[in-house]
Every structure is written in C-alpha cells, then in structure tokens.
Design a protein around this ligand. Structure first.
Ligand SMILES: [Zn+2]
Length: 54
C-alpha cells in the first residue's frame, strides 16, 4: 500500500486513479465531510475543511 500525501481533496484532484485502494479505505464509513469540496473520509486529517457528519 502506497503512502498518501496531502488531503483527500488534493489527492482526488491530482492522481486518484493511482490510489484507488487507499482511497477506498479512507472513504468507507466516513465520519467527516469537507465543507469546501464535499468529499467524505474516515478521519478529518484527510479533508481541508473537515466537518463531522451527524
Ligand atoms: Zn476539501
């Protein structure tokens, strides 16, 4: 498994095809969403403007 750099928001803009497995792990059962780009992730560190999903 390769290492991901930056936030999910950035990864999706750049090279999401390279990181599909990692992105699957990050986005399955998300707890946070990004207020700026509306991506969802399990941890807020992956998002540029994280907001907890209720
Ligand atoms: Zn974002």
């Amino acid at each position: 498994m390769g290492k991901l750099k930056g936030t999910l928001c950035e990864i999706l803009e750049e090279d999401h095809k390279k990181h599909r497995k990692e992105l699957d792990a990050i986005t399955t059962n998300p707890k946070f969403e990004c207020k700026r780009c509306e991506e969802k992730a399990t941890k807020k560190k992956w998002l540029c403007k994280p907001k907890k999903i209720k």
